[in-house]
Design a protein. Structure first.
Length: 295
């Protein structure tokens, strides 16, 4: 039997919103190559992915063990498992993939969905991202929050840092909006490889440098005008000092991946570092901090 005929399982996990990034990051970082994030309603997120049928039990056992260690006392994640033949999956995947109109100015589309098939969009930014490979296809609220703010914030010629770049969607947007240089970093090697491919697909690879790692890779660089990060609260708090160091005085940090319940913790962290100017943008239960550093 050839690989393309190998039967698959489609797995749908129901995850609390404030746990979804941790679950998804673990899956992509340690177990599989990609997930799809869907709105699950009522503070829930659906994390969906495909597995070879022979690997399903072992993979989910590893996930359950990780989840119970990370969230002691939590019940096992609710899940649905269905069988798919890969040939059927490929057909369904192509049919179900859709373009995402993020705002009146921003469209994210799979490579096989022509812009002409997207009704009601006449904006100036069209980004090609094939879903299912990594985070950041424009469907998740935190990605949309960040994209809208980045679109409205970037000025021509600015230097931008993208921390935890995922599929590179925010870096691509910054380059399209006129950033002269973007440095994108991610700790996941798969994300780095996909980011490089997406930069070439969107013809912005001459403006973007992509490296595996985190904020420490920026410490010796010329200061950045804007730093963006769609990250977990815990990572933001750990990396906040470096984020401030690598951004010029008067520059901006655009930080999301945060829930409304994270607001107080980040505000306390900013005040402790002498930062007093910021605004907060909301979408559903998610928030984005738009932070202006002291001049």
């Amino acid at each position: 039997m050839t690989a393309i005929e190998s039967p698959l399982h489609f797995v749908r996990l129901i995850v609390p919103s404030d746990h979804s990034d941790i679950v998804s990051d673990y899956l992509i970082g340690d177990l599989i190559e990609g997930v799809e994030i869907r709105d699950g309603g009522k503070s829930k997120i659906e994390v969906c992915f495909y597995l070879p049928r022979t690997e399903t039990e072992n993979t989910l056992e590893k996930l359950d063990q990780y989840y119970s260690e990370f969230f002691p006392g939590e019940t096992q994640l609710e899940r649905e498992i269905a069988e798919y033949d890969q040939r059927d999956w490929q057909k369904e995947y192509l049919k179900s993939a859709r373009a995402v109109v993020v705002s009146e100015n921003i469209l994210v589309r799979p490579s096989w969905v022509p812009r002409t098939e997207v009704s009601g969009f006449s904006g100036d930014i069209v980004i090609i991202i094939d879903p299912g490979m990594a985070f950041g296809t424009g469907a998740h609220a935190t990605t949309q929050l960040a994209m809208v703010v980045v679109y409205n914030s970037i000025r021509s010629g600015e230097r931008v840092a993208d921390i935890g770049c995922g599929s590179l969607i925010l870096s691509i947007l910054a380059a399209m909006r006129g950033a002269s240089f973007v440095k994108a970093v991610d700790i996941d090697q798969l994300a780095v490889e996909i980011s490089a491919e997406n930069a070439r697909t969107n013809s912005v690879n001459d403006k973007i440098t992509i490296e595996r790692g985190s904020t420490d890779l920026l410490l010796d660089d010329e200061p950045y005008d804007i730093l963006v990060g769609n990250l977990l609260r815990e990572i933001i708090l750990v990396e906040l000092d470096n984020m401030i160091k690598v951004t010029r005085p008067g520059g901006r940090l655009l930080l999301t991946g945060l829930l409304e319940t994270d607001e107080e913790a980040l505000e306390e962290a900013l005040r402790a570092r002498g930062v007093s100017e910021w605004s907060i943008v909301h979408q559903d239960e998610w928030i984005l901090f738009d932070i202006v550093l002291p001049a």
